[in-house]
Design a protein around this ligand. Structure first.
Ligand code: TYD
Length: 396
């Protein structure tokens, strides 16, 4: 049974950056109430009222996975690892974005699926790319022409698809006998440990635990046999899933992760009710920091126009009163306005100048990369603010 445990209030679509902050544009903005629920049967944590994906994954989709060096390196590393371990002949990626993973493979091996047409266009000349949503119908179409896939890879995508049953059924039909589905998504344990409630937004329909993934895939002809903790996106998990009859044995790594999740009581509703209380505390503390800096007349900006920061700003009601602008390296975010709170977005070259006193780490998951890059800012006394794992000014 689904039990709501968290209410993050009225939220816009996190990817819907506004082209202008005119009254007319703002009046058309779409909002929904973001509530998060725990399913007591499968232990699956999900957005209670998901938005129709057709409104989210359009030809305006802004996120480019290649924007970050951390992600480029991470995808190159996992590509090498999968190639070495499984020697796949056919590799399919669901949600290939701008090609950051597939570009590490020989093009003859690759099938890419990417419903955002602006992104699919980026890879279609070099790689076989289907500009479609992943469905049973599409799987049938693809594998009428191709042998089944030895690896199906999907990073930060399966957790975005409301219909998990269809998704996994289509995957099961597309895998070769000993084919492996490898998925990466933010880890629920990390969310609970870091109080990173901003992992919840319209696109993250699910935040998975190994417990939940195991329960869900079992409903089709699949099973989870391995899992690895990874650093990306502020704490993620990589799951290895195969057909029930495939040759792989359950690994010790998976057993340890499942035990840790049970010890952390990810299978109990009360864990989530406690989390919800901590989220509210985090909100109150973050607001206090912004109010104090405002009183002190400090110039405060935000670093990284992330989807995550959209949840934070809308939940905490932090707008242009506190944040002058947001900097972001993504060209097609620059010149736009953040969803819901309409904070202008500009390039870091323009924005990270000597007048900035404080920068909120919207892209806190790249903290290491950013602190390294912004050594000068820190050296001259600039400070970062974060809300993960608790709201504070980072002292360096
Ligand atoms: P991402 O981590 O994918 O976060 P989300 O999924 O919440 O949007 O996006 C990181 C964003 O931060 C992306 O728009 C690029 C931006 N960014 C910078 O502006 N500067 C940087 O140094 C880094 C690492 C990211």
């Amino acid at each position: 049974m689904k039990k709501n445990f968290l209410n993050l209030g009225k939220q816009p679509l996190a990817n819907s950056f506004l082209a202008s902050n005119s009254k007319r544009v703002k009046s058309k903005e779409f909002f929904y109430n973001l509530r998060v629920a725990f399913d007591t049967d499968t232990c699956l944590v999900s957005v209670a009222n998901p938005v129709n994906p057709k409104f989210q994954y359009t030809d305006q989709y802004a996120h480019r996975a290649s924007e970050s060096l951390t992600m480029r390196n991470a995808f190159a590393k996992i590509a090498r690892k999968l190639d070495k371990k499984f020697s796949p002949k056919i590799v399919m990626e669901i949600g290939s974005n701008d090609g950051v993973f597939i570009r590490n493979f020989d093009k003859k091996k690759i099938i890419a699926v990417e419903p955002c047409r602006n992104l699919a266009k980026l890879t279609k000349d070099k790689y076989k790319t289907y500009p479609n949503f992943w469905t049973k119908k599409l799987a049938k179409k693809i594998f009428q022409k191709s042998k089944n896939a030895d690896i199906i890879f999907s990073a930060n995508t399966i957790s975005h698809i409301p219909n998990l049953k269809e998704t996994f059924e289509a995957i099961e039909k597309s895998l070769s006998l000993n084919g492996v589905l490898v998925i990466e998504d933010p880890s629920l344990l990390s969310v609970i440990e870091n109080n990173s409630y901003d992992q919840f937004y319209d696109e993250h329909v699910y935040v998975f635990s190994a417990i939940a993934i195991s329960n869900i895939v079992k409903k089709t002809n699949l099973r989870l046999f391995n899992a690895e903790k990874i650093d990306t996106h502020g704490g993620s998990m990589r799951y290895y899933i195969c057909k029930k009859k495939a040759k792989y044995k359950i690994t010790n790594g998976l057993k340890k992760i499942l035990n840790k999740e049970k010890k952390s009581k990810l299978n109990q509703l009360k864990t989530y009710l406690n989390f919800s209380k901590k989220v509210e505390e985090s909100k109150n503390n973050l607001i206090k920091i912004f109010k104090k800096l405002k009183k002190e007349n400090k110039k405060v900006i935000s670093y990284g126009a992330t989807y995550k920061s959209s949840t934070v700003f809308n939940y905490c009601n932090i707008g242009t009163k506190y944040i002058e602008y947001v900097t972001d390296t993504t060209l097609n975010k620059q010149g736009k306005f953040t969803p819901g709170k309409h904070i202008p977005i500009i390039s870091p070259e323009k924005g990270m100048n000597n007048s900035v006193d404080y920068a909120f780490l919207g892209a806190w998951n790249f903290k290491k990369e950013i602190l390294k890059k912004e050594r000068e800012f820190i050296k001259r006394g600039g400070k970062f603010i974060t809300h993960v794992p608790s709201a504070k000014i980072i002292s360096s």
